[in-house]
Design a protein around this ligand. Structure first.
Ligand code: GLU
Length: 299
């Protein structure tokens, strides 16, 4: 495999110009008002290698919420705190063919969340975070990530207000089902925690640095890293995970804000952000960039 650090900034820039065109095919999400108002032509990318060689391009100063990209890091944190056995009593690790916020899938599985990358799994894991309320639970995760990843994630309060401004009946129904099955205990705190951790925000560089936690972190057990990256490979890109993984080949996770993080095993991470999404909810331009880089590395 070629080296991430050998990619030239000219090459990246050319792909970025094409990605900019591709982004026009996508649409902004409707269900979070602030995400609907964001400038659709924002585009930025950061490559980082395990020895911290960093190359970033585009609107690298802007910040965005991680949304579902927090899910693999929630899993990593809880694996480190609770261990594998306890954690997988609460959530599975198999892909789902249903959308990320499907109640049907949860019902078919008798209330046992299939994996931590879909909302039922992430809500369940959010309930396991240490802390008495949503604020403390979110802060504990935030502090750990910032310490381990040398990142500067912060809670975007305006984004949180926007998330809370419209009811989210799907997440509510999932929460009701989890509570009915006694899988979680405090649905209000759980939802508050989940919304907050989805609104943890940072720059593309922060996201790329977090990616390094899944490459060569000295403080995190390698076994936990393998568990997380395996689940990302199988479930990280919504219903498109199976198709896209054959193309991209790297463990990846996307979020509704338009970011995608891909891990290049043993080398580093690629983070990309562009708000317009395809029908499955993956950022069109981010996918385009990651596919181009993956092709380059894999040939
Ligand atoms: N807050 C979002 C939700 O639960 C996160 C979704 C995502 O990024 O996929 O709907």
């Amino acid at each position: 495999m070629k080296q991430l650090s050998h990619l030239s900034s000219e090459q990246l820039w050319n792909w970025l110009i094409q990605a900019h065109q591709e982004a026009k095919k996508g649409e902004l999400p409707h269900y979070i008002p602030l995400l609907k108002q964001v400038n659709p032509s924002l585009l930025t990318l950061c490559l980082i290698t395990k020895d911290y060689y960093t190359l970033n391009q585009g609107d690298s100063h802007i910040t965005f919420p991680l949304m579902s990209i927090i899910k693999p890091f929630l899993l990593l944190y809880l694996l480190s705190k609770l261990g594998e056995e306890l954690l997988f009593r609460k959530v599975g690790s198999v892909p789902s063919n249903y959308p990320f916020n499907s109640l049907e899938q949860l019902r078919l599985d008798q209330g046992f969340p299939r994996n931590p990358m879909i909302n039922s799994g992430a809500l369940t894991l959010a309930s396991l975070l240490p802390g008495k309320d949503g604020d403390t639970k979110c802060q504990n995760l935030q502090q750990w990530l910032n310490q381990q990843g040398k990142s500067e994630l912060f809670l975007d309060e305006l984004m949180l207000e926007s998330v809370q401004s419209l009811p989210n009946p799907r997440n509510q129904a999932i929460l009701d089902e989890l509570t009915r099955k006694n899988h979680i205990k405090n649905p209000e705190i759980t939802l508050d925690t989940y919304n907050k951790i989805c609104c943890l925000s940072g720059t593309i560089i922060d996201l790329a640095k977090l990616g390094l936690l899944l490459v060569n972190s000295q403080n995190i057990e390698q076994n936990y890293v393998s568990i997380v990256t395996k689940i990302m490979t199988a479930c990280g890109l919504y219903e498109a995970s199976k198709n896209l993984t054959t193309k991209i080949k790297f463990p990846s996770k996307s979020g509704v804000s338009g970011a995608i993080l891909s891990i290049v095993p043993e080398q580093g991470a690629i983070a990309c952000y562009s708000p317009p999404l395809d029908a499955q909810g993956n950022s069109v331009a981010s996918l385009y960039m990651i596919e181009k880089i993956a092709n380059y590395l894999n040939t």
